[in-house]
Design a protein around this ligand. Structure first.
Ligand code: HEC
Length: 351
């Protein structure tokens, strides 16, 4: 090819172009701001900040470690199921879809598994409120013979021999950290505190999107918050629970005395923690014993004013709902389903 004037200028232009390109890459590398990464410690609009305890603050590395452990067979003695997620299923609002969950040794839980969704905001956990913070069950589950059935040495050995975990524990807890039961519980608790759901059609409606609810759901919402049904007296606030204990007369004979086992107070017999109603559409079966299979059955019980039983709450009275009103109430409960949360890949098993 002949070297002419046109080629000469063209080469110069090309050179300048590459120099500019190189410089802009360099700038990017030196950028002071790290790339934007997801912050799972942020609460949805209208929710208070997620309360992380000072002795176990949020970090992305801890979240990722906790998430991996939540889904890992390594925590189960015979590795026959995927640890926490075996009974706490994302598609079912991080609870189980059977009345009694079955862990290691195939021993069924005596009560229906409660949801982990929004549990960061609960000041008491379990149907009888005996739990105080998430770290407790996260730690105890490792060793209970009917949950994971491990022992400390076995757990430590398994995690230390793993190709990934020693590095992940260092990333989450510092260079000197070695895998231990306590750190497992801390990491899992961090992941669990981030399981916050607040993007249902109802939430969108509250934030101003008047089209987020159907007409039936709007009618159901009015009923739910009315003096007549009193649903929102117990299912109150952004969590749809007052975090108190009540009896709703779901049966005449209670085999489980609930809160009574914690306080020993006869007035607490047959009382259970008001469950949150968020994502209740996907969390059947219902109640502390999982005896009601459908929302229709639950509404029917409120409509009849419950069965006569010891300590039934004075708020539970016959409602005389029409068929349409029952349907509206159920449709309103379905407006509390946050599909984004239930299908969010960030909370699913890591690849
Ligand atoms: C006196 C307080 C109180 C009132 C009023 C009340 N609830 Fe409940 N609700 C509870 C308690 C406590 C439970 C759990 C009972 C149990 O497990 O035995 C519950 C359970 C439920 C459940 C099942 C949730 C689950 O995950 O198992 C639904 C659905 C429900 N209530 C909806 C309603 C609706 C709708 C109304 C109004 C018609 C209402 N509640 C009124 C306290 C109340």
């Amino acid at each position: 090819m002949l070297w002419n004037k046109k080629n000469f200028w063209f080469s110069w232009l090309l050179l300048i172009y590459f120099l500019l390109l190189f410089n802009s890459c360099k700038e990017n590398l030196n950028d002071q701001n790290p790339p934007l990464e997801k912050d799972f410690s942020k609460a949805p609009e209208g929710f208070p900040p997620i309360p992380f305890p000072p002795d176990n603050p949020y970090s992305r590395a801890k979240f990722e470690l906790g998430r991996r452990l939540f889904y890992d067979k390594i925590l189960v003695k015979d590795s026959s199921f995927k640890s926490c997620s075996h009974c706490l299923k994302q598609a079912h609002n991080f609870q189980d879809n059977v009345p009694n969950s079955i862990g290691y040794n195939k021993i069924p839980e005596p009560r229906n598994t409660m949801s982990l969704t929004n549990v960061a905001y609960f000041d008491k956990i379990f149907w009888d409120g005996r739990g105080k913070r998430i770290e407790q069950p996260a730690y105890r589950s490792l060793f209970l013979p009917y949950i994971f059935g491990l022992d400390t040495n076995e757990l430590q050995m398994r995690l230390e021999r793993h190709p990934l975990y020693p590095k992940l524990f260092k990333a989450a807890f510092g260079e000197n950290a070695r895998p231990s039961a306590w750190l497992v519980a801390q990491a899992i608790s961090t992941f669990v505190r981030c399981l916050v759901s607040g993007n249902s059609p109802y939430d969108k409606y509250v934030r101003g999107d008047t089209n987020a609810l159907t007409d039936s759901q709007k009618r159901g919402m009015k009923l739910f918050f009315s003096e007549r049904t009193k649903c929102s007296v117990c299912h109150s606030g952004f969590l749809f629970t007052d975090l108190q204990f009540h009896n709703t007369g779901t049966t005449q004979h209670y085999f489980d005395f609930g809160r009574y086992y914690v306080t020993g107070d006869f007035r607490d017999r047959n009382k259970f923690l008001t469950p949150s109603l968020r994502n209740v559409e996907v969390s059947a079966p219902y109640l502390h014993d999982g005896t009601y299979k459908t929302l229709e059955q639950v509404i029917e019980n409120y409509n009849r004013g419950g069965f006569p039983t010891i300590n039934k709450d004075t708020l539970i009275k016959p409602l005389n709902l029409t068929q349409q009103e029952k349907e509206d109430l159920i449709n309103f409960l379905k407006s509390l389903t946050d599909w984004e949360f239930l299908t969010n890949p960030d909370f699913a098993e890591p690849k």
